[in-house]
Design a protein around this ligand. Structure first.
Ligand code: G6P
Length: 607
């Protein structure tokens, strides 16, 4: 979603801001802008469209060494130049970039309009600029705090004033903001990728914190001016990790990275000797783990589907009742929090608004909530009671791929840990851990067959409707396969339990609606084959994704893709990869913007 970058230091600000905005592109946006302070004047440039559209209107030799930039993902008001950020105060001295939503903007706007302030945009954010002007008496930080005191909603905000060159003021309430500490230069950003090319030293702001920044220094306070000591953290990501490194798209790179990212998620966490999982960050004693009687998983999007696989594995292997639920639903459902229940909040970004709010609501009710997250230092891991970092490295493509397989890994490890404390024998544990440790290699083998997936995708890419069908543990994989295709190719795709098609979707079957069946060699294989035959009998094209050696598939399906054999419970890893590739190759063939699909955002920080 929206992205923020601010700079003050010795360099010309505009190129630094443009480069920072480019790094934020992946979050999804529809317009962009920047503002630089030049000769005690705030210069503003903004454009609906992409960063290269903005670049065209920013003079190459623009002086000015402090400024703010923004990528906007529209919430209030259409995608137009005037609705892009930064927004300026009526006296044109103050520039503001804002992420989040100001819920009481309409009453604030009416009041300000009555007081004579003229609004230029349709956005909620513009009220912040006018409010700051209203309170400004020579001290930007003071005026920002007074303005923020009137806001209801969420914000990550950065402001500057023409009369205070070299000063930026940033604040956070519900929308992430961090300070990048450089060598006599400072950055404010909503996301670490915007500063990684300059510094790895960052300070994460908490809700309610305000930071005043100059090139050499910063002070953090709360809205009541109480000073806050902040810790500088070192980011573990390398700059190369946010580059494409020879791949055409980030999504392609991230799909092909999975043998390594899965390995990183399991590294040091499989205790081969005792055949158990080792997860240091759970903050739970052995007694507490033993007392777990129920697991509930909350998440959104792809993370939710990983949670569904997790729930299946937990019930099947550890015999612990487990259920995944959409965070957006649970947060308004007045959930019942029971004793001895562990909640997992699963999120690649750690910033998804629905998941974060659900976590807070559950904690208010006394729940223990653990995080399964990728982005270190993001809100969910900071606010959870413990958890697991999946260490996928930066995931830049909007459509999530490598985070999914690493989230699975976190669930398998947690399951192993509590299953071995319960009924799972050492022998069963040893055989499972061996197979789990082999997953990076088997996924590598699946990836080596990418050309076969490309061939099939190129055969079917023109279909306007698609069904993805699976059962049992592969049912959520079918949902994820359909999600991937619709996200990046804009082809309508439905994920369904193969058994359920006769209750509705079979009505959609005709020569033009292909069905992709996931057919592992588990106890449900024969049932899935029957479902395939039902589709074939109605002239529906069928693609089967089966297991090496299953020769019967070719007799029924029009096209067959194979994955290597593994443990029944581990097929989600192997089945999801061809589905990711399928979506990728189909979208490529359709000429879509694979990494930044229309209307989508990488991290949805508003409701
Ligand atoms: C957005 C992204 C999806 C992602 C979902 C949940 O919709 O486009 O790719 O799965 O948010 O994000 P999270 O960061 O919480 O995993």
């Amino acid at each position: 979603m929206c992205g923020i970058v601010g700079y003050c230091g010795p360099k010309a600000a505009a190129p630094v801001l443009l480069e920072g905005l480019k790094r934020l592109e992946y979050r999804g946006y529809d317009s962009a802008g920047l503002s630089v302070c030049v000769d005690s004047k705030v210069e503003i440039f903004k454009r609906a469209g992409k960063i290269h559209d903005l670049r065209e209107v920013v003079p190459e030799d623009l002086p000015g060494t402090h400024g703010v930039g923004h990528t906007r993902w529209a919430t209030h008001g259409e995608v137009t130049d005037k609705n892009a950020h930064p927004h300026v105060s009526a006296d044109r001295n103050i520039a503001v970039v804002h992420n989040g939503i100001i819920e009481n903007f309409s009453s604030l706007r009416s009041r300000l309009t009555e007081e004579g302030y003229v609004f230029e945009s349709d956005t909620d954010s513009e009220v912040i600029a006018h409010l700051i002007q209203k309170f400004y008496q020579g001290d930007l930080e003071r005026a920002v705090k007074q303005a923020l005191g009137l806001l209801k909603g969420t914000y990550g905000v950065v402001c500057m004033h023409a009369g205070e060159p070299g000063v930026l003021v940033g604040a956070r309430h519900g929308s992430p903001l961090l300070l990048g500490v450089g060598d006599n230069e400072m950055f404010l950003a909503s996301d670490v990728t915007a500063v990684l090319a300059h510094t790895k030293q960052v300070i994460h702001l908490e809700d309610g914190e305000v930071v005043r920044v100059t090139a050499a220094d910063y002070t953090a306070t709360d809205l009541r001016d109480r000073k806050i000591e902040k810790e500088v953290e070192t980011i573990g990501w390398e700059l190369e990790e946010i580059e494409k490194n020879g791949y055409e798209h980030y999504m392609e790179k991230e799909i092909f990275e999975q043998p390594d990212s899965i390995f990183r998620a399991m590294q040091g966490r499989i205790d081969q000797e005792n055949a158990t999982g080792h997860l240091g960050g759970l903050n739970m004693s052995r007694g507490e783990l033993l007392d777990v009687q129920r697991v509930r998983i909350i998440a959104a999007g792809t993370s939710y589907y990983a949670g569904m696989v997790g729930a299946y594995v937990l019930e099947n292997m550890a015999r612990v009742p487990a259920q995944a639920e959409l965070a957006s639903e649970i947060r308004y459902r007045n959930p019942i929090v029971e004793r001895n229940t562990v909640y997992f909040a699963v999120s690649q970004s750690g910033e998804t608004a629905d998941t974060l709010s659900a976590l807070r609501e559950l904690q208010r009710k006394g729940a223990r909530v653990l995080g399964i997250c990728n982005v270190v230092g993001s809100s969910i891991p900071r606010e959870s009671d413990g958890g697991v970092y999946i260490h996928s490295g930066p995931e830049i493509a909007v459509a999530s791929t490598k985070a999914f397989t690493s989230q699975l890994t976190a669930f398998y490890l947690f399951t192993l840990l509590i299953a071995r404390m319960r009924d799972m024998s050492l022998e069963a544990g040893v055989s499972f851990t061996k197979e789990l440790a082999r997953v990076p290699d088997t996924v590598r083998e699946v990836l080596s067959r990418a050309d076969e997936v490309r061939r099939v995708a190129e055969r079917y890419y023109q279909a306007r409707n698609f069904l993805f069908l699976g059962r049992g543990i592969n049912y959520p994989v079918a949902l994820e396969g359909a999600l991937k295709l619709k996200e990046i190719s804009y082809v309508h795709a439905e994920g369904y339990s193969a058994a359920e098609i006769k209750h509705g979707p079979i009505a959609l079957i005709n020569e033009e609606t292909p069905s992709l069946f996931i057919v592992p060699d588990d106890g449900l294989r024969d049932k899935v084959i029957s479902n395939m035959k039902e589709v074939k009998a109605r002239r529906g094209p069928v693609i089967a994704l089966g297991v090496d050696g299953d020769n019967e598939l070719a007799d029924i399906a029009d096209d067959v893709l194979f994955v290597p054999k593994t443990d029944e419970l581990l097929y989600p890893y192997l089945m999801v990869v061809p589905l990711q590739l399928f979506a990728y190759y189909a979208a490529l063939k359709l000429g879509r913007n694979v990494d930044q699909p229309r209307n989508l955002a990488k991290s949805v920080t508003v409701e």
